[in-house]
Design a binder for this molecule. Structure first.
Ligand code: NAD
Ligand code: MG
Length: 380
């Protein structure tokens, strides 16, 4: 029985992870559940799954959760620090990082130091500090199991392979604005941006998908997960989201992983790796997709993808800068404080202006994150 902590159990990935756990009660136990502020859902999940501990990150909601679970044996904690305490409980085997943004960094590091395997959904942690996180995982002999569908695809293609990778192709759906011009994008609203053609996800990643920043973050994530040079990572637009990504080896052979778009599969694989278990997830039918198509990404229009490549080439704390700036502009776009195209403009100015650090240590990342947020807010 694997004991799993889910950081962000009330979100899109978190709830799907609980579906996987519920379907396999003899294999998995949800031992820790955490959420930012959705008390009602966290409490109902806790009553159903009976974890050892729940954490509500928003401290003002502590009493509410505590009272709702008063008649149970479930321990309740609150606050950011409690997330780091939650991931080190002795019985835990795996920590699923299904929370959003930079907030994932501290608990991920705490979990690795406590020698817990990481099922990594929170790509922002890898973007910000992939160098430190991968080094720490190696040092502690901890597995980082990708949950992001593209990275799970690459990971699955690499099972059994010893040979070096020539390159990888991360597939991208292109999002709701594929084919649009800059003039079109100047007009789009956050409501249109939230309508993803193939995936239902949290708000932040859905906006990132519309702006292609999600693919940019995934390029950086792939660099660290698979130890690749930037030239080895390519992006190809594949609007049907059936091929989840591709590895090309040095003999020219390509392996792809495919299936219907459903995050439960990569979540479950991260929990069962290196095994696979029976599932009732819907099966792919070829005649529903008589043609799969591919296009070049339009990086002139969707500049975020080019900016992410620039950040990766520059190295140092540049990916931390791009991540922090992006978190701020996405929140501002969702509140209609800025337009869609201004997001890239502000990110680019942050990359030009926030202090560059060539060889950052952990504290530098916290400082960079803080400085970038202040500067991005000023620009907004
Ligand atoms: P979501 O917004 O649906 O859920 C986020 C969860 O994290 C919620 O439970 C929320 O309470 C919690 N949370 C948010 N901010 C927090 C904070 N500051 N501190 C503590 N908890 C916090 O998001 P999601 O779509 O499930 O995405 C989660 C992560 O997984 C993101 O990093 C995203 O990029 C990644 N991811 C998501 C998908 C997807 O299909 N949704 C696919 C690939 C990768
Ligand atoms: Mg993805």
């Amino acid at each position: 029985m694997k004991h799993i902590a889910i950081l962000g159990s009330t979100g899109s990935i978190g709830t799907q992870a609980l579906d996987v756990i519920k379907a396999n009660p003899t294999l998995f136990k949800a031992a820790v559940l955490t959420a930012q502020s959705n008390v009602a859902l966290l409490v109902s999940q806790a009553l159903l799954f009976q974890p050892q501990l729940v954490v509500i990150a928003d401290e003002s909601k502590y009493q509410e959760v505590k009272q709702a679970l008063a008649h149970t044996n479930i321990e309740v904690k609150a606050g950011r620090e409690a997330l780091c305490e939650a991931v080190v409980l002795p019985h835990l085997d795996v920590v699923l990082t299904a929370l959003v943004g930079f907030a994932g960094l501290r608990p991920t590091i705490a979990a690795i130091k406590a020698k817990k395997d990481i099922a990594l959904a929170n790509k922002e942690t890898m973007v910000v500090a992939g160098d430190l996180v991968t080094a720490l995982a190696k040092e502690n002999d901890v597995k980082i199991l990708p949950v992001d569908s593209e990275h799970s695809a690459i990971f699955q293609c690499l099972v059994g392979e010893q040979a070096p990778i020539e390159k990888i192709y991360l597939t991208a759906s292109g999002g709701p604005f594929r084919g649009k011009t800059k003039a079109d994008l100047a007009q789009v609203s956050f409501k249109e941006a939230l309508k993803h053609p193939n995936w239902v996800m949290g708000a932040k990643i859905t906006i990132d998908s519309a702006s292609l920043m999600n693919k940019g973050l995934e390029v950086i994530e792939a660099k660290w997960l698979f130890n690749l040079a930037v030239e080895q990572i390519d992006v190809i637009v594949h609007p049907q989201s059936i091929i989840h990504s591709i590895v090309q080896f040095q003999d020219g052979s390509m392996k792809a992983q495919m299936g219907l778009p459903d995050m439960k599969l990569p979540i479950q694989y991260a929990f069962t790796y290196p095994d696979r278990i029976v599932s009732d997830f819907p099966r792919f039918n070829f005649m529903d997709y008589p043609s799969l198509s591919f296009e070049q990404a339009d990086i002139q229009t969707f500049r975020n993808l080019a900016l992410a490549y620039d950040a990766l080439k520059k190295g140092g704390n540049m990916s931390c800068i791009i991540n922090a700036a992006n978190e701020v502009v996405v929140a501002a776009f969702l509140k209609e404080r800025i337009g869609f195209l201004q997001m890239s403009d502000i990110i680019e100015r942050c990359m030009d202006r926030v202090s560059f650090v060539e060889n950052p240590i952990l504290e530098d990342y916290f400082e960079t994150d803080k400085q970038t947020r202040i500067f991005a807010e000023e620009l907004i």
